[in-house]
Design a protein around this ligand. Structure first.
Ligand code: AMP
Length: 227
């Protein structure tokens, strides 16, 4: 895919909600000096700013459903064309179904750009549910915690900025179940889609965060290793 001159570091993180895409995307973004673009975060930012887009998205997000493709695709493509994403980006939460992947691919082809790889982080379903319902996030600096696996020093308070941690509305048990179903039905087919295109890098996400980062870097950078 793409032209030989296209050296952009464009990565897609693929995996179920709770697989650790956001955490790993943050680390990769720092390593490569490129932005972490999360469509979920973009929707949440719109919601907190009270935009029309945010209000539309909220109707779907609160039910664990996907926001309609046209809305999501336009928002994602605009963000990916911002100046800071010129040399690459770590895309998290998009594409989320085959239609979005096809649309994204056609946009990339037109722009003479290509994806470097699609990192699929695989985690056992029972672990996903536990991770999501125990997740707490900082509304200030976006740091992510888990009440059991990664608690803050002081319960309910962000270690990094002192803000009070919250549970995302869609991390409540009823919505988590729906999000995992939607993932299996709509997003999981992307594993085959990208495998057929020779882009898929599979990583076992059941391990602790540092091990998963090491595994991703080993796959992306091969023998060059990582520090
Ligand atoms: P996330 O933070 O990635 O778990 O996304 C939270 C919610 O935002 C999802 O459950 C969807 O409602 C919505 N969302 C995020 N990315 C997409 C996308 N690519 N397509 C449709 N809806 C999305």
């Amino acid at each position: 895919m793409g032209t030989p001159r296209d050296a952009g570091m464009r990565l897609v993180m693929l995996g179920a909600p709770g697989a650790g895409k956001g955490t790993q995307a943050d680390r990769l973004a720092v390593r490569y000096g490129i932005p972490h673009v999360s469509t979920g975060d973009l929707f949440r930012a719109n919601l907190s700013q009270g935009t029309a887009l945010g209000q539309t998205a909220q109707r779907f997000m609160s039910q664990g459903q996907l926001v309609p493709d046209e809305v999501t695709e336009a928002m994602a493509w605009e963000r990916l064309n911002a100046g800071d994403a010129e040399t690459g980006y770590i895309l998290d939460g998009f594409p989320r179904n085959v239609a979005q992947a096809q649309h994204f691919e056609s946009k990339l082809v037109l722009a003479q750009q290509s994806l470097r790889a699609v990192v699929h982080i695989y985690v056992e379903p029972v672990v996903l549910e536990r991770r999501l319902t125990g997740r707490r996030t900082c509304p200030g600096c976006k740091a992510s915690y888990h009440v059991v696996f990664n608690p803050p020093a002081l319960a309910g308070i962000c270690d990094a900025c002192g803000a009070e941690l919250v549970q995302r509305d869609d991390d409540r048990p009823e919505t988590v179940k729906k999000r995992l179903e939607v993932y299996m039905d709509e997003t999981a087919p992307l594993v085959n889609y990208y495998s057929e295109r020779g882009l898929l890098v599979m990583v076992d996400g059941n391990w602790p965060v540092d091990n998963v980062t090491d595994a991703i870097l080993a796959r992306l950078e091969g023998d060059r290793g990582h520090d």
